[in-house]
Write a protein that binds this ligand. Structure first.
Ligand SMILES: [Zn+2]
Length: 267
């Protein structure tokens, strides 16, 4: 059966759906040591990919800061000041540098355009429940911040089983489960359903056949956010997965931009 969606018809005709100003809640910025993609993580090429796919904004965690918290944020800050309506930032927290955390959070507070925190526990090899994360989580709670977390199924560091506890303890922060606890779907969806402050984020999950439909059915499209790890992956493919899913155009609007507009205050 062909897809009756108006948005899909626009997308097929133009490579973007004009009625959907897409926001990526999970993107990165700058060069990365683990891959060779010359220039791809810089503003010009990111903007080209965004324009082609109809993406108005990307919320980025700078690659360098994922590893070494004193690097990378300045690079992204510069781009945000040049393109304040196209780029926003997550401030990266590395629990292996506990003595630097307080100063880092103060710098975040002084940095315009940085709208939340980013946690990458699987890479930093510290469980999200570790005391080294506590000051950052308390800060996010106190300031009612969005927190994008890398989450992966069955991980002892950031698997969905750990998030119930973290979300319940910090009810004023909003937790975006990056990759939606990939692979441990039942539990991840259950955590998002039970906690008002936990959202599912689609990066990497979008290509799993049927998962978007399940999220919408079991959790609701108001709790699902679009992301694709730009500049790693092509946003047109990821957006196409949402437009092709067997959900309503209202659901597609929620996922592709409305939820992010509400969360980040861009409505
Ligand atoms: Zn990522």
């Amino acid at each position: 059966m062909s897809n009756p969606s108006q948005l899909w018809q626009q997308y097929l005709a133009h490579g973007k759906a004009e009625a959907v100003p897409v926001i990526s809640a999970h993107a990165h910025y700058g060069p990365y040591m683990g891959i060779y993609f010359p220039g791809r993580g810089e503003a010009d090429s990111m903007l080209k990919m965004m324009d082609r796919a109809g993406m108005v904004r990307a919320v980025c965690a700078p690659h360098a800061a994922l590893i070494e918290p004193s690097r990378g944020h300045a690079l992204l800050a510069e781009v945000i000041s040049t393109h304040p309506n196209r780029f926003a930032g997550y401030w990266c927290i590395n629990p292996n540098y506990p003595s630097a955390l307080e100063a880092s959070l103060e710098e975040f507070a002084r940095s315009p355009g940085f709208v939340g925190l980013k946690l990458l526990s699987d890479y930093h090899r510290q469980p999200i429940t570790s005391p080294n994360y506590a000051p950052a989580l308390e800060y996010a709670d106190e300031h009612e911040l969005p927190v994008l977390m890398h989450t992966w199924g069955h991980s002892p560091f950031d698997g969905p089983a750990l998030w119930s506890e973290v979300a319940a303890r910090h009810p004023r922060a909003t937790f975006l489960m990056g990759h939606s606890g990939y692979g441990e779907w039942d539990l991840a969806l259950d955590v998002a359903r039970r906690h008002d402050n936990v959202y599912l984020e689609l990066c990497a999950a979008y290509h799993v056949n049927g998962i978007i439909e399940r999220m919408v059915r079991q959790v609701g499209s108001q709790k699902v956010l679009y992301g694709e790890d730009l500049p790693w992956f092509d946003p047109q493919y990821a957006i196409g997965c949402v437009l092709c899913a067997r959900i309503s155009d209202e659901d597609r609007h929620n996922i592709l931009h409305r939820n992010a507009e509400r969360l980040f205050g861009w409505g």
